[in-house]
Design a protein around this ligand. Structure first.
Ligand SMILES: Nc1ncnc2c1ncn2[C@@H]1O[C@H](COP(=O)(O)OP(=O)(O)OP(=O)(O)O)[C@@H](O)[C@H]1O
Length: 276
């Protein structure tokens, strides 16, 4: 046993383009402790998806290791990969394309458990999940088209959690939603994390969202880790110009983030004064 649930160590991956090969990620290392939320943040093209694909075994890294619950997955143990995949729930960016429009809500939510749970228990579990995400048994027979974006994301969350995963991977889970309902979905994810004791890998480009959600943050820049640390460290004393530029790019509508931005500027000024 280990006190870390998931570890990436030195992940490096390049893609061939014609005769040349380009590094997508280089020497990415971080770890996630159980029952915490780790944010993976960076601009488009910074390597978030490639990192997650390597973590999930969907891409084979050129070098580096992935270790889950004390077992090194990249050593090639298929049983360890299966256990890892069984422990994962995923919530994707776009609830309009991630839910099959032809399926009822009941089928969508129950799908991960079909063949693994007695049919008579499935409905009960499905209703339990619907209620947990703020919907009800009345919604079982309906199709995704009759739900708003926020409700669809609630259905996606119920589906991701029905098999009781230990690790929830959220890939930009609110960036396709109206700003007005983003907070509701984030609150739901946060309360699910706390209630169910989940470990969460949260991928996002919006720093306001990351600040609200995450305990520990890894900032990616051009395929490398620019910096990583606790939420407080990253937001109050960012160590790199890149993180500071990401902070400055967030719209000035979030008073908490505005405070963090001012603190970061103060810290930068005092650091440059003391070093000059
Ligand atoms: N299959 C691939 N073939 C070639 N290049 C790739 C492939 N996948 C990713 N890349 C390149 O690797 C780099 C990192 O891409 P990646 O998709 O991991 O970034 P990202 O941070 O997830 O971006 P986004 O937020 O836009 O999804 C980019 O330069 C991208 O073009």
């Amino acid at each position: 046993m280990t006190d870390l649930l998931l570890q990436a160590e030195g992940l490096t991956k390049s893609f061939r383009k014609g005769r040349t090969s380009r590094l997508a990620i280089s020497d990415i290392s971080f770890s996630i402790a159980p029952n915490t939320i780790l944010g993976l943040v960076g601009e488009s093209g910074s390597g978030k998806s490639t990192t997650v694909r390597c973590l999930l075994g969907l891409e084979r890294p050129d070098s580096g290791t992935v270790t889950y619950d004390g077992h090194e997955l990249t050593a090639g143990d298929q049983a360890a990969w299966r256990r890892f995949h069984d422990d994962i729930g995923m919530v994707f960016q776009d609830p309009y394309s991630s839910l099959n429009p032809r399926m009822t809500v009941e089928r969508i939510i129950c799908e991960p458990l079909v063949g693994r749970t007695a049919p008579r228990d499935l409905r009960e579990r499905c209703v339990e999940m619907l209620e947990l995400v703020g919907l009800s048994a009345d919604h079982l027979g309906r199709h995704p088209r009759s739900f708003s974006g926020g409700q669809r994301q609630r259905i996606a969350i119920a589906r991701a959690l029905i098999a009781r995963p230990r690790l929830l991977i959220c890939d930009e889970p609110v960036s396709a939603l109206d700003v007005s309902i983003q907070a509701q979905v984030l609150n739901l994810l946060k309360s699910m994390q706390e209630t169910l004791g989940l470990t969460v890998l949260f991928i996002a480009h919006n720093l306001a969202v990351v600040r609200y959600m995450c305990d520990h943050i890894v900032v990616l820049e051009k395929g490398r880790v620019a910096e990583q640390g606790s939420r407080e460290a990253i937001f109050e004393a960012p160590a790199t110009d890149y993180t500071r530029s990401l902070l400055e790019a967030v719209p000035r509508t979030d008073p908490e983030l505005e405070r963090a931005r001012r603190a970061a500027r103060r810290n930068t000024l005092s650091t440059s004064r003391s070093s000059s």
